[in-house]
Design a protein around this ligand. Structure first.
Ligand code: SF4
Length: 410
């Protein structure tokens, strides 16, 4: 999907970044299905992490091609709630001093085994108002199979404690586990009073212990999990506002909506990715990704300004292990479709055509074929997937992306 040159300069659209993601890579133990950048803590490692986070935040704050006007902050991982209280306080202080704090939502990812009433109050006092809790299941056998360190009862107690402390609580559920009592999991989590549930299919990623052990997810379990989550959670009063995310009124994740609406966000910490406003002529935006912890700790952030001049807008540059991709308008459109079609709201094609300068008529024509099959809907400027279309989303997206190769600048 290569873009023609010269590219329209769309930086006038916005120079402001509304979201910050901070990756805390430490976990008490590593789950066999996990393919995030995680490690168990070792002596001096957290201190080194905190010092480098301070340097990275200062560097990002000093960038002049965007303003940070934060709506949301999300501290995830990893298990940030596994940090000791004073360590998490340092993370928060670093973000607040250099980049600010979210006006609308500040989320902490929490492992059920780390919750006590006093810690919940501490997290609240730090400024978090939303807790994303890795419940995964309320069945002990399923939790053991997933290698989770908490019990079903610990998960229930953690959710209740966080609700009592005044958090908006989201619970993560994993579906498609063989012999998982999914109906009971959904009913149980919903009955605890959470306002948001993320229901993700178990996937076996290459390189994980599950992959090495030959664990498989059957298509039947996958389809059953996908369908049951949608049916039972909507019956329970949750809105399916994204393919895997369900919210009660007013409890959608504003941070994740930022990703799905292709907003700009800063990504701090090892392994974190970010989406940045354009910094150089010829690009429409930047995607940056940090390397794993050991390499990230080697960064000299004072030297990172010395990026070489762009050879072309499609070039990726690597400095100290950090990769910066210079996104073309086509890349930006691809991202907007890829993320936006995951949401119930869909994608505003007219807005993205205006923002990228691309003619989207070929894409609209291709979408019509899926409309005829009941998988996509075009209403005015908006393109969205139907619930049936969500099940086939990857296939639909790959065809729409291929058609996108034929789009042209106006
Ligand atoms: S707790 Fe979460 S981040 Fe940590 S290893 Fe398990 S799945 Fe991965």
């Amino acid at each position: 999907m290569l873009a023609p040159t010269p590219y329209p300069d769309i930086r006038t659209d916005s120079h402001s970044v509304q979201h910050v993601y901070v990756h805390v890579p430490f976990c008490p133990s590593i789950c066999p299905y996990c393919d995030f950048h995680v490690l168990t803590r070792s002596s001096g490692m957290v201190e080194a992490y905190l010092a480098q986070l301070e340097r990275e935040a200062a560097y990002l704050a000093a960038q002049t091609h965007y303003r940070t006007e934060l709506d949301t902050v999300y501290v995830g991982g990893g298990t940030p709630s596994f940090l000791r209280d004073h360590e998490l306080a340092t993370v928060v202080d670093t973000i607040k001093r250099h980049l600010g704090w979210g006006k609308h939502e500040n989320t902490l990812e929490i492992n059920p085994g780390t919750v006590t009433p006093s810690r919940a109050m501490h997290w609240k006092a730090l400024g978090f108002d939303r807790a994303s809790v890795g419940v995964q299941s309320l069945d002990d056998a399923t939790l053991r199979f997933l290698g989770r360190q908490h019990s079903a009862q610990q998960a229930r107690t953690a959710v209740t404690t966080l609700l009592d402390a005044g958090f908006a609580v989201s619970g993560d559920l994993i579906t498609a586990v063989a012999r998982q009592p999914l109906e009971a999991d959904i009913a149980g989590l919903s009955a605890l009073g959470v306002g948001h549930i993320s229901a993700y299919t178990l996937t076996i990623e290459p390189g994980t212990p599950f992959a090495r052990q030959g664990v498989q997810v059957s298509e039947a379990d996958e389809e059953r999990g996908f369908g049951l989550s949608a049916r039972l959670l909507t019956q329970a009063g949750f809105e399916r506002y994204e393919v895997s995310n369900y919210a009660r009124s007013g409890q959608r994740s504003q941070h994740n909506l930022g990703y799905w609406q292709n907003h700009f966000y800063l990504g701090l910490g090892p392994g974190a990715a970010g989406h940045y406003p354009a910094g150089q002529l010829g690009e429409s935006a930047q995607r940056r990704s940090n390397p794993p912890l050991h390499q990230w700790l080697q960064h000299d952030y004072s030297a990172l300004d010395a990026l070489p001049a762009l050879a072309s807008a499609t070039a990726a540059q690597q400095v100290n292990g950090r990769v910066t991709e210079h996104l073309t308008p086509h890349d930006t459109l691809t991202d907007a479709l890829f993320m936006g079609l995951r949401t119930a709201q869909g994608v505003d094609l007219a807005a993205w055509s205006g923002r990228t300068g691309l003619d989207l008529r070929p894409l609209r024509a291709a979408a019509q074929r899926y409309e005829a099959q009941g998988l996509l809907l075009q209403q005015g400027d908006w393109l969205r997937a139907t619930p049936a279309g969500w099940w086939h989303l990857n296939k639909i997206l790959s065809e729409l992306m291929a058609v996108g190769d034929d789009t042209d600048s106006d």
